[in-house]
Design a protein. Structure first.
Length: 185
């Protein structure tokens, strides 16, 4: 079994142990380095956070929460979405919408723009209460591993994230419409 396969097996577990995942993350980063100049299109889609080196409760994997990252690099937009798992997932979510910009190599600049509550989609409409976010410092992610199923990244605060692609979810269904997101047309 390859390092990547071993890491994927761990990340698919209901509860992920930091001690078990951390060495595999380092190995896969060495064996399979990302290059956004070549692979930026692979960012597109919905990704679920399966492990993080952070201690904040919203960044620690939980069996009752989905921590999703929705990326649309073609329109320079993304969104972090925290919602309940299961049948209640579509009822409400906490969200932060961001503008993204690839800056070469592995770096993805992130500018958070709005954050708040997103309600369920009803008759084609989705109520939202998203307020402007003041971001006093530049944020970025270094995408260190990227393929069709796995993404590992390191944030500007030193946090390491391991995410798995969610093929059962559609980015277009989750992201605010382009006009609302303020993204370029």
């Amino acid at each position: 079994m390859t390092s990547r396969e071993s890491l994927l097996e761990l990340l698919r577990q209901p509860v992920v142990s930091t001690d078990a995942v951390k060495p595999w993350v380092a190995r896969v980063e060495l064996e399979q380095p990302a290059n956004l100049d070549r692979d930026a299109a692979l960012l597109d889609g919905v990704w679920e956070l399966r492990w993080s080196s952070a201690r904040q409760p919203w960044l620690v994997q939980s069996p009752w929460l989905e921590n999703l990252q929705v990326l649309d690099p073609a329109h320079q937009r993304g969104m972090n979405l925290l919602r309940l798992r299961g049948p209640l997932a579509s009822l409400a979510a906490v969200s932060v919408v961001a503008r993204l910009e690839a800056s070469g190599g592995q770096r993805l600049a992130v500018r958070f723009e709005r954050g708040g509550w997103i309600g369920p989609r009803l008759a084609g409409l989705r109520p939202e209460l998203l307020l402007p976010v003041r971001q006093p410092f530049p944020a970025w992610l270094d995408i260190t591993v990227l393929d069709d199923e796995l993404r590992i990244c390191r944030g500007n605060a030193g946090t390491v994230f391991a995410l798995l692609r969610r093929t059962d979810l559609n980015a277009t269904d989750l992201l605010p419409p382009l006009a609302e997101a303020g993204a370029p047309s």
